[in-house]
Design a protein around this ligand. Structure first.
Ligand code: SAM
Length: 584
């Protein structure tokens, strides 16, 4: 993936000016005082942050990060213990670290936070990037054009900073379509502030659904604008069936104690949510010595490759932070060139991830699920009740017995060969080799349709041959996995299929442009299943996606990428073709 172009900057008296837009990043008089006056005071942030256990700020134009650093500073000084702050910012031309340091140099008091931001900044690639510069503080950077990024965002913003260069010089940041997205993403009663007092901006914001007010501006500017979201309805969602329902309240349980369940449990715990984890500890994570973590090597710019590129970046940050001893970066040479990748020792990673005061692990063996009123129930093989509660997250390879509906997941067991000694990392076709705990691991084979994870010596020899290694296998390991027809997992809420069949029948009757309602889902039940052989790569991003959904926080995945993994995608395809979604 190519980085976005760097902004072209001029520096006059130490102040950054953007040459492409011919506009400065902030007031020449005193950028910091202007930011505080317009954006923080304009949104009454000091008072609101002090009272909010959870708060979300949205910004159009991340620029140098000055507004972000001031918000972080105010939040750190005032927010109650355990509070979380989400900060979403759109930026088409992210500054380099060097540009950012230079632009913020006039304010040495911000140096520690500025360095915290620089350490967390993602690569300057188009797409959504979720990073955590400090505990409780999540920064979701939407790199790309505002018109493309905002429709993909799913969040409830409490306060907006509209800071996208002067409307006269940069109308794209103030267009009715962009402001309609600002309104769509606003929580009820959300506020906004901008230094602009232009009449057409005020009218456009009123048309988008904000009650607007003029206030004294900063310095030589007579006026600025603040606004509050009123009850004006928003444009309907283009694919309402894929919008997630509210995350609900109450205890959370996870069924599945492999790497996918462990990442989710740890993410929830890191976010302050207590969680119980149930499982049999006998999946691929317990049996295969090493998992490969890597971006999608097959295609260049498909949605799936964008998903796995984001997932790979997230996975590297997550594992390096939480399980550094079980994680190593490597580069795979071979026919496909030099690919960035990493290896994970899943058994050690699972143990370490689940060691957290907010996680309670129970080795329950396989469980089946049942619905009972608004609760979900887990029963073990002896029929004993293990869990009853409103929120249940199903993680791992196989769907458990009792999961309502039929799901297009097929078993596809596979095997890796192990050598006596270490090997050089290698990648040949679908076979990869790397060293785990001092031994070479070469894998893996695919047995489509097969559940049995037995060891087959002939398969080991074939794997070594394919990898071009002239050694005898010393050992082997095999594990279960499942794949879907499009090789993407089932990640998201569980559609109530009989209701979808009724509510969306019009999709096949030329009614595609009708405003349909949101998809009815089974309350409190979420899937994170069928990752095939890519579970270790996607697990940390899938965990962040579901944990955010459960907590009502901004979703880290753009809506188009969440849709390709949504459990209801097969039902929607069937409905559009006039087929019964219950039969597929
Ligand atoms: N809030 C920033 C700060 O604290 O430093 C200053 C933002 S600066 C005034 C405006 C920013 O909007 C620039 O960084 C620019 O690259 C970005 N921008 C301009 N047009 C854009 C567009 N169409 N999509 C996304 N970002 C855009």
């Amino acid at each position: 993936m190519k980085p976005l172009p760097l902004p072209r900057l001029d520096w006059t008296q130490g102040q950054a000016r953007n040459r492409d837009h011919d506009d400065p990043y902030f007031s020449r008089a005193d950028g910091l005082a202007e930011s505080r006056h317009v954006f923080l005071d304009g949104n009454a942030l000091d008072t609101r942050l002090a009272a909010a256990p959870r708060f979300c700020i949205g910004e159009l134009g991340f620029g140098t990060g000055l507004n972000f650093l001031l918000s972080w500073q105010a939040w750190a000084a005032r927010a109650p213990a355990g509070a979380v702050l989400d900060y979403i910012a759109v930026e088409a031309a992210p500054l380099s670290r060097a540009q950012l340091r230079r632009a913020l140099a006039p304010w040495p008091e911000l140096t520690p936070l500025r360095e915290g931001l620089c350490a967390a900044l993602p690569p300057r690639h188009a797409g959504f990037h979720s990073v955590e510069p400090a505990p409780g503080l999540r920064l979701l950077l939407l790199y790309g054009d505002v018109g493309a990024c905002l429709p993909q965002c799913r969040a409830r913003v409490d306060a907006w900073f509209l800071d996208g260069f002067a409307p006269a010089r940069n109308p794209a940041m103030w267009s009715p379509a962009v402001l309609a997205q600002v309104a769509r993403l606003s929580a009820p009663g959300a506020s906004l502030a901008t230094y602009s007092a232009a009449g057409h901006v005020r009218r456009a914001l009123q048309a988008a659904g904000f009650a607007m007010e003029k206030r004294p501006g900063f310095g030589r500017k007579r006026h600025m604008l603040v606004g509050r979201r009123d009850a004006t309805p928003c444009a309907p969602s283009p694919a309402p069936w894929f919008d997630y329902p509210a995350g609900g309240d109450g205890p959370v349980a996870i069924l599945g104690d492999g790497i996918v369940g462990a990442c989710l449990a740890r993410q929830l715990a890191e976010d302050g949510q207590a969680v119980q984890v149930f499982g049999a500890d006998d999946g691929a994570s317990a049996r295969i010595p090493g998992f490969l973590v890597r971006p999608y090597p097959e295609a260049t710019d498909s949605p799936a490759s964008r998903l796995y590129a984001l997932a790979f970046a997230r996975a590297c940050r997550f594992y390096a932070r939480h399980v550094p001893a079980a994680f190593s970066r490597l580069r795979l040479g071979g026919q496909e060139g030099d690919l960035p990748a990493a290896s994970l020792r899943p058994a050690a990673a699972v143990t370490a991830l689940l060691e957290h005061p907010l996680i309670r692990r129970q080795r329950s063996g396989p469980c089946q699920i049942e619905a009972d009123g608004s609760d979900w129930i887990l029963r073990d093989e002896q029929g004993q009740l293990r869990y009853r509660g409103p929120r249940l997250l199903l993680c791992g390879a196989r769907p458990p017995a009792g999961l309502p509906g039929t799901w297009p997941l097929r078993p596809c067991a596979g095997q890796v060969a192990l050598t006596a000694d270490a090997i050089e990392p290698a990648f040949a076709g679908k076979v990869h080799g790397f060293t785990v705990a001092g031994r070479g691991q070469i894998g893996s084979s695919y047995r489509p349709g097969e559940e049995a994870a037995d060891i087959r010596p002939a398969e080991s020899r074939q794997l070594l041959q394919q990898a071009g290694l002239a050694v005898e296998p010393a050992d082997a390991a095999a594990g279960p996995r499942t794949v879907s027809p499009d090789h993407l997992p089932l990640l998201g809420p569980v559609p109530d299929l009989p209701r979808w069949a009724r509510d969306y029948a019009g999709l096949n009757h030329g009614e595609r442009h009708r405003a349909f309602g949101p998809g009815a889902c089974l309350p409190g039940l979420w899937l994170n299943l069928g990752h095939g052989s890519r579970g270790a790569t996607l697990a940390p991003l899938a965990a962040l996606q579901l944990a955010s959904a459960l907590q009502g926080r901004p979703l880290p995945l753009p809506a188009d990428l969440a849709a390709i993994a949504h459990p209801g995608r097969y039902a929607i395809r069937a409905l559009k073709r006039g087929r019964d979604p219950l039969a597929d």
